[in-house]
Ligand binder design. Structure first.
Ligand SMILES: Nc1nc2c(ncn2[C@@H]2O[C@H](COP(=O)(O)OP(=O)(O)OP(=O)(O)O)[C@@H](O)[C@H]2O)c(=O)[nH]1
Ligand SMILES: [Mg+2]
Length: 555
């Protein structure tokens, strides 16, 4: 059975159900808030909220038929006397030596058994549990059935243990009756350390001015007015103030009626928890500010990061090598065949860096690019920090460490990831352009023509030297054909190479720019995956926490 169903089952009236459901919704949003913020915010800031979720879960599972009301106050104010007077029995010792009460006593109106689990949880020892159900009383006490009244030790005790016990119990009970006396009702500790901390709980707080029998009616009025003023200053304007006396049963009627109302409504537990959720919601609100836009890490910051990453990954060196490789390969394909071979002897600039195309699914080998130097590394560090700073700017300061940790979380992987990105980027250099082939063929044709001319000339000399009949040599204008072929072939080849030089240079610049762009894209992807994505995760948690808190704080 879910918590909502349990609470619903225990409540009768429709209005009560609405309140209970609302409380459960707020509590589950608080859990959600804690779930999303836990990895990122300091434990010390969340511990109170964790405690509340845990405590609320347990209290709502325990008896909804019982209302746990504590009598709290300083020593000698008359808590035990009031406890006994309300029970009409002498249960808790009243003493002259202060402090008297050292451990909490409980009195249960109605059978004890159903309240035992609740009292186990509250932590009242079995021997300090009393039952206010007697055949002799008849129905006199029926209106208080379901009340579990606690007599607490004094909160301002000389005994440190008393104070700790009071603080523990005040965190668990459904309602508190603060018992003050005419001498000490203005006590600073009472107001600053306790009542002010209960300002969200005015609807489950009653303040009684006890020992009123010791004051005249006029003085009682004066003290009550002053006490009211102090409570208003504490933020407890909504809490009722009553004058009581443990010595005169007639002066307990108002308090008894207030308790009967509390018991009948069975709302105190829910109201107490709702007040706690209000308090925690107020505290948590300090950790949540304006909404963080989805693209909080803007383009300019990412651009700056990928620029520094590109430098550290040696992108300019690869781009330059690409330009040189273009020229090198173009010369090898289109250059003058007579010197082409010499070109081939020199290594290809890209191959020297070990950047070669890799088939899909193959492991990308490491490039031979030099590792980033100290200056580049520190520039990367600064840019990574800038990403975190940018994301943290609109958020409350408590998120800043988480954002910086996230930005740096994968920094150690960056050098490898960048090298892999550079190594696996298609530089577009594996295809030989068609015009290189055509020019290559033309260059060979011209070279063959020149060679043909040379052989022809040599054959002519040989024929002449041997005294054989002279070969018939056609002429173009005045120039004999073999000479034309030799000189024309050589000159045209050389000219073609000269003419193509600017085109090759232009192609090299284009290849270089293209490679720069492709590598920039690859490096930006690494920047996004390794730096921006972890930061975004934190921002996403922030957005979810913000949503959850809005529900927690909806009253
Ligand atoms: N006249 C008068 N005396 C009271 C009243 N209530 C308590 N007393 C006396 O005040 C003294 C202290 O009463 P306790 O009930 O022991 O006070 P307490 O708040 O339980 O004190 P601790 O247990 O020490 O915290 C006792 O002597 C009581 O008789 C009252 O309403 N009127
Ligand atoms: Mg006492």
């Amino acid at each position: 059975m879910s918590l909502v169903e349990k609470v619903r089952g225990a409540l009768g009236r429709d209005d009560d159900r609405v309140d209970a459901e609302k409380l459960v919704t707020r509590l589950s949003s608080l859990s959600r808030f804690l779930r999303v913020t836990d990895p990122y915010l300091p434990d010390s800031d969340l511990v109170a909220a964790h405690t509340l979720v845990e405590r609320a879960g347990t209290r709502l599972e325990l008896s909804q038929d019982h209302t746990v009301v504590a009598l709290a106050g300083s020593t000698g104010s008359g808590k035990s006397s009031l406890f006994n007077a309300l029970a009409r029995l002498k249960l808790s010792p009243v003493g002259v030596r202060r402090p008297t009460t050292g451990v909490a006593h409980a009195c249960v109106w109605g059978p004890l058994a159903p309240a035992n689990r609740l009292l186990d949880w509250v932590g009242v020892l079995p021997r300090q549990r009393y039952v206010r159900e007697s055949a002799l009383d008849g129905d006199d006490e029926a209106a208080l059935r379901g009340l579990v009244l606690l007599d607490l030790p004094d909160f301002d005790s000389v005994e440190r243990g008393h104070r700790l016990e009071v603080d523990r119990l005040l965190g668990l009970v459904d309602q508190v009756i603060w018992v003050v006396d005419p001498q000490k009702y203005g006590d600073r500790i009472l107001h600053n350390a306790y009542l002010r901390q209960f300002r969200q709980h005015a609807d489950v707080t009653i303040v009684v001015l006890n020992q009123a029998d010791r004051l005249s009616a006029a003085d009682t009025e004066i003290v009550l007015t002053d006490l009211r003023r102090l409570l208003d200053e504490d933020g407890l304007s909504g809490a009722p103030v009553l004058a009581t006396s443990a010595k005169q049963p007639g002066m307990l009627t108002e308090l008894r009626e207030a308790l009967e109302k509390t018991v009948a409504e069975r709302q105190a537990a829910l109201r107490r928890l709702a007040g706690d959720v209000d308090t925690i919601g107020e505290q948590l609100a300090e950790m949540i500010g304006p909404p963080a836009a989805e693209d909080e890490v803007d383009r300019a910051t990412v651009r700056q990061l990928s620029d520094t990453l590109a430098l550290s990954a040696g992108v300019p060196a690869v781009a330059e090598a690409t330009g040189n490789a273009y020229r090198h390969r173009a010369a090898a394909s289109t250059g003058w065949p007579l010197v082409r071979g010499l070109r081939r002897l020199r290594p290809d600039p890209l191959k020297r860096l070990h950047i070669e195309p890799v088939a899909e699914g193959e492991v990308v080998p490491r490039t031979s690019l030099p590792a980033a130097d100290a200056a580049q590394k520190s520039a990367v560090g600064l840019s990574v920090r800038a990403v975190a700073d940018r994301a943290a700017a609109p958020l409350p300061a408590v998120w800043s460490p988480a954002l910086h940790t996230a930005a740096r979380s994968r920094a150690a992987d960056l050098p490898d990831a960048l090298d892999r990105a550079v190594g696996s980027t298609d530089l577009g250099m594996d295809r030989v352009p068609v015009w290189w082939r055509l020019v290559g063929v033309l260059q060979w044709a011209l070279t063959f023509a020149a060679l043909g001319g040379l052989l022809w000339l040599l054959a002519g000399y040989a024929v002449r030297a041997l005294g054989l009949p002279e070969l018939r040599t056609p002429k173009v204008g005045d120039v004999p054909m073999p000479t034309l072929l030799l000189l024309g072939g050589l000159a045209l080849g050389f000219l073609l190479w000269l003419l193509l030089k600017p085109i090759v240079n232009w192609g090299a610049r284009r290849a270089r720019r293209r490679v720069e762009q492709r590598l920039q894209v690859a490096v930006t992807a690494v920047a996004r995956e390794h730096v921006v994505a972890p930061v975004r995760e934190v921002l996403h948690a922030y957005a979810q926490a913000r949503e959850a808190l809005a529900v927690v704080r909806s009253e």
